[in-house]
Ligand binder design. Structure first.
Ligand code: GLU
Length: 441
């Protein structure tokens, strides 16, 4: 059975880049009737926060990316300790004592000599006495995994055949001096223990994958199939990393982006398949094909979410918005009509509130000085409410006859007098919804 996982660290809210990872893993499980696990990578106790855990769950719920179960790394520390012990016994973990500044100095020297800044394994040469002496000096040991210096190869679900020379990678630090288990290790233990079959994640993890393939093998496990999607850039190709905070899913939701717009775009962006607005996650899953994605960075423009959001809204039947419209206080008898008139004229569902306020209370008229006399005369001729579908035509017809105005010069000042806006629904449709006549000018 296919088992995938989405493994955010609860150190912030999910952003558009995280969504891509979550969605791909969800879709792979969904397509094959497999399982999708939400794994919280929360071994960093200082930076992990309960409100981010809640935020992550709220976002995934909103998107409909439902998980089969939640796993928390902070609850699996015993398991990591046991595996660390086994790898120590097998000679794959070794204790190091260099400080960050000593390591930095080593790296600088290597770079100066034109060599890659790979950890030189000096600590491997320390015997028990040397280690004791360093401890007596007050140094605290941390643990690296000793890579086998061979080529690490896998067929990546997106990048194709990859081959990385392990000698070009530093032995990864897996346990810090304070005992904190680092992600690279915890994730390897989890992927093995939880029977993860497929991992899709960002291309920034390719080197991690190389080391994790060896770590999992050293523990006697079989590595999952890996795929690395490209990273998102801004619309001009600029790095998005600093702006990702402003592209959080909760902000996009608050701005009124519709979930199907977001899901439809992110399931196709960066692939050779066209972006089409889907009706459901099932439809997205059916059309999802990881092999269609390319390695090049993927340009993301949040503006692309709006046409899809509008398209989605226009398709919504009244039943889908009935509760929302009722909550605005729109009387039941006109609610379906209100929806029919408004759906083509809004960018986001929140705009309904403004339109209902306008219908209910009337608008502050927008009357140009040169139109004041004309508008005053026209309003004198406005029949009393209630207004029907013919009112606009009848009224403007009579005004035209009385004033000789026609076309835009006739309609636009009257629209602005009634709605305070230069655009919006057809006035013939809107007038029957207006609950108040404008004050005579
Ligand atoms: N917590 C890691 C991250 O957010 C997970 C990466 C992975 O999928 O293995 O980058």
């Amino acid at each position: 059975m296919t088992v995938t996982r989405f493994a955010p660290s609860p150190t912030g809210y999910l952003h558009i880049g995280n969504l891509r990872t979550a969605l791909f893993n969800y879709l792979i499980a969904r397509k094959t009737g497999g399982q999708f696990i939400l794994r919280l990578d929360d071994t960093d106790r200082e930076r992990s926060r309960p409100e981010y855990v809640d935020g992550i769950k709220t976002d995934l719920d909103w998107l409909g990316l439902h998980w089969d179960r939640v796993e928390r790394q902070s609850e699996r520390l015993d398991r990591y300790a046991a595996q660390a012990e086994a790898l120590r016994a097998a000679g794959r973990f070794y204790e190091c004592f260099e400080t960050p500044s000593e390591l930095d100095l080593k790296r600088k020297k290597q770079l100066n000599m034109g060599r890659p800044p790979v950890y030189d394994r000096a600590a491997l040469a320390l015997d028990a006495d040397a280690r004791d002496r360093l401890r007596a000096e007050g140094r605290q040991g941390y643990w690296r995994f000793r890579l086998d210096h061979e080529r690490i190869e896998w067929t990546d679900g997106i990048l194709g055949d990859l081959s990385i020379d392990a000698a070009s990678v530093s032995d990864p630090v897996l346990i810090r001096a304070d005992g904190q288990v680092l992600y690279t290790f915890a994730s390897s233990v989890d992927d093995m223990d939880m029977g993860i079959t497929h991992v899709v994640r960002g291309a920034d993890h390719v080197t991690n994958t190389a080391t994790q393939v060896q770590i999992i093998a050293a523990m006697g496990g079989t590595p999952p199939a890996f795929a690395h999607h490209s990273l998102l850039t801004g619309a001009q190709g600029e790095a998005l990393s600093k702006r990702l905070g402003t592209l959080s899913l909760r902000d996009l939701r608050a701005q009124g982006v519709e979930r199907m717009a977001l899901l439809s775009l992110m399931a196709r962006l960066g692939s050779s398949q066209p972006v089409v607005l889907a009706e459901s996650l099932d439809e997205i899953a059916a059309g999802f094909d990881l092999s269609q994605f390319g390695a090049a960075p993927t340009k993301f423009d949040a503006a692309d979410l709006w046409p899809l959001t509008r398209q989605h809204i226009q398709r919504l039947p009244f039943a889908a918005v009935a509760d929302r419209i009722a909550a605005l206080g729109v009387p039941q008898d006109i609610a379906p009509r209100f929806w029919d008139v408004m759906r083509e004229n809004i960018d986001r569902l929140d705009d309904l509130a403004d339109w209902w306020a306008l219908c209910r209370d009337g608008a502050t008229p927008d009357i140009a000085t040169e139109d004041a006399a004309f508008v005053a005369q026209a309003l004198e001729m406005l029949p009393p409410r209630p207004w029907g579908p013919e009112t606009w035509k009848d009224w403007t017809g009579a005004v035209k006859t009385a004033t000789g105005r026609k076309g835009k010069a006739l309609f636009m000042p009257l629209r602005k007098a009634l709605t305070g806006r230069g655009h919006g629904p057809d006035m013939a449709d809107l007038m029957p919804l207006l609950q108040r006549a404008p004050a005579r000018q």
